[in-house]
Write a protein that binds this ligand. Structure first.
Ligand code: HEC
Ligand code: HEC
Ligand code: HEC
Length: 472
């Protein structure tokens, strides 16, 4: 009798304990899922686009310029009225991977859903848990796009989506792929949407390739975005990553600097809001994947350092070269006569792929506007390069840019004119190249048979935070 009562009591205690633990388990599981989702949000850099300059985190309102007007990123906090608080998991998935809003209309591809379409259901589920339960709701109204009718109609976007966005399909690596490289491929082509800037775009501004199967276009170097150019991430030794080691890539993505490069422009946003938070394992996986990409035929041979520029600068025998003289007076204190810079402070200009890309907009832009190498958790100092727009004339800037494009063994065309610099400075106009001009023609033809909102200069370029926001 006694025994039975005891047994029953013990039983009850056990049941109680079990119930308690399973509840705790459920809470842990939710907390884990939310944490996992927070990390996936870092992988996708949702915060950079969905946070206005000095605005509240994820409340939207960052302006994104297009030639027909300005669009704004939306509030993706769980606020039920102004945010996505009433979205079901399926509706969230429709927006993030399919590019379709809750009301059925298509999103502008400024939202990189064509890349996100490869994200796995597990990652989407975690992301959803995070946005519903890990993000503070903010009651901030979305800003209507600033585009006049009829270009404001969204239906052409759905045609664009059917023609150019890949059908959503969770990423599966090719059989036999090294699991680390497969993880890197998932990060680069999926959540990380590196191709949104680094892959050239076609006549309708679609990315020309979404993975290596798409050939040499994939990550082959993008067009002008916000007057910055995202160079090739293929292994070309001059204009690509051919001379970068896996560890260089790891350092660059984690801290924004290596011994031979420093992050700037749109990439500064990517490093400071996104990649610096990746786990070491994920950074190594991306680096390994990028180094494993099939080589593209080198566009401009190999790079060999040429010491004669440094000798000429050292001896001061450059009086007949206007660009070299300006370099000595304005630039060499930091970037040095040998073009080698100072490791992890002032990037070298000798053999730097950024300096020798075919289109000189990016390199001219940094000389005009200057730049701040953003502090990261791993390299906390902010180092700045002054802008020269009020110090040097248009002709002087053109001269010094042409000089560094052809000094120390750099072999880029010295094709920058004073008029280019004036347009860049006054109208924020990128420097045209033949490729850009062709794209304009192609887009114009496209406009004849399709009333579409894209035109020359459409960039999907969000305002850059340049890594200094409080919301970070
Ligand atoms: C490169 C900029 C960019 C990035 C990165 C980005 N978004 Fe967006 N997103 C936008 C823009 C712009 C819109 C609004 C597009 C429109 O109005 O058609 C948008 C729309 C959305 C919508 C639809 C909201 C609605 O009102 O229905 C959701 C949901 C969303 N984004 C979630 C995310 C998530 C989650 C991530 C990260 C995994 C992310 N976005 C990353 C730019 C971005
Ligand atoms: C918003 C546009 C944008 C996105 C998205 C982007 N990049 Fe970049 N990236 C740039 C620009 C602009 C540069 C040139 C400035 C610089 O070198 O810092 C650059 C430069 C780089 C460089 C240095 C290349 C060189 O030759 O100096 C690497 C490496 C790189 N990006 C890797 C990545 C990876 C990996 C991703 C995806 C996780 C990515 N980028 C996503 C715009 C972007
Ligand atoms: C006070 C030191 C300083 C001076 C002077 C200076 N720079 Fe820089 N430069 C920097 C720093 C720091 C960066 C990295 C900026 C960033 O990441 O935003 C940089 C970046 C660059 C880059 C981009 C390279 C890369 O990979 O990031 C170019 C090109 C460049 N400078 C050219 C010049 C030219 C040309 C001059 C002279 C007209 C000049 N700089 C003067 C410090 C300087």
């Amino acid at each position: 009798m006694m025994m039975n009562r005891l047994k029953a009591a013990l039983g009850a205690v056990t049941v109680g304990l079990l119930a308690g633990t399973s509840l705790a388990h459920a809470q842990d599981a939710d907390a884990d899922l939310i944490k996992q989702g927070e990390y996936v949000a870092r992988l996708g850099d949702c915060v950079a686009c969905h946070t206005a300059l000095n605005g509240q985190k994820f409340a939207g309102g960052l302006s994104i310029k297009t030639p027909v007007g300005t669009i704004y990123s939306t509030n993706i906090t769980p606020d039920p009225t102004y945010g996505i608080g009433t979205y079901t998991l399926q509706e969230f998935d429709e927006a993030v991977r399919h590019g379709i809003r809750k009301d059925g209309s298509t999103l502008y591809p400024a939202m990189p859903y064509p890349a996100f379409s490869r994200m796995t259901p597990e990652d989407i589920k975690a992301l959803y848990a995070y946005f519903m339960h890990g993000v503070e709701p903010v009651a901030q109204k979305n800003q209507a796009e600033d585009i006049t009718w009829p270009l404001s109609m969204r239906w052409p976007l759905s045609i664009w989506r059917t023609m150019f966005a890949p059908a959503p399909k969770a990423f599966t690596p090719a059989p036999g792929t090294d699991p680390e490289i497969a993880r890197g491929e998932y990060l680069v082509t999926g959540a990380g949407h590196c191709g949104a800037c680094h892959t050239p775009r076609g006549f309708a501004m679609q990315e020309k390739a979404f993975d290596a199967a798409g050939g040499p276009d994939f990550l082959g170097g993008g067009g002008v975005i916000d007057n910055w150019i995202a160079p090739s991430l293929r292994n070309d030794p001059v204009v690509g990553l051919g001379r970068w080691s896996e560890d260089d890539l790891y350092q660059f993505l984690k801290s924004g600097r290596t011994d031979h490069s420093a992050v700037f422009g749109g990439m500064a946003d990517v490093v400071s809001w996104s990649t610096q938070y990746f786990t070491d394992a994920d950074l190594h996986a991306m680096a390994k994947y990028l180094k494993s990409l099939p080589p593209v035929p080198p566009a401009r041979g190999d790079y060999t350092y040429d010491a004669s520029t440094a000798q000429a600068l050292d001896s001061g025998s450059v009086t007949d070269n206007a660009g070299a003289k300006i370099y000595l007076e304005q630039c060499s204190a930091c970037h040095r006569n040998d073009g080698g810079g100072v490791a992890r402070m002032f990037p070298p200009l000798a053999g730097n792929s950024v300096v020798v890309t075919d289109n000189p907009t990016s390199v001219a832009h940094i000389v005009v506007a200057g730049g701040v190498l953003p502090p990261t958790n791993w390299a906390p100092s902010a180092v700045a390069m002054p802008g020269y727009k009020t110090i040097l004339s248009d002709q002087q800037i053109a001269d010094v840019v042409n000089f560094i494009r052809s000094a120390w063994g750099n072999k880029a065309p010295a094709n920058v004119t004073a008029a280019d610099i004036q347009h860049l400075r006054m109208d924020n106009a990128p420097i045209p190249t033949e490729g850009w001009a062709n794209a304009t023609a192609a887009t114009a033809t496209w406009g004849l048979f399709m009333p579409q909102p894209y035109g020359a200069g459409w960039t999907f370029a969000p305002q850059t935070h340049a890594g200094v926001d409080a919301a970070q």
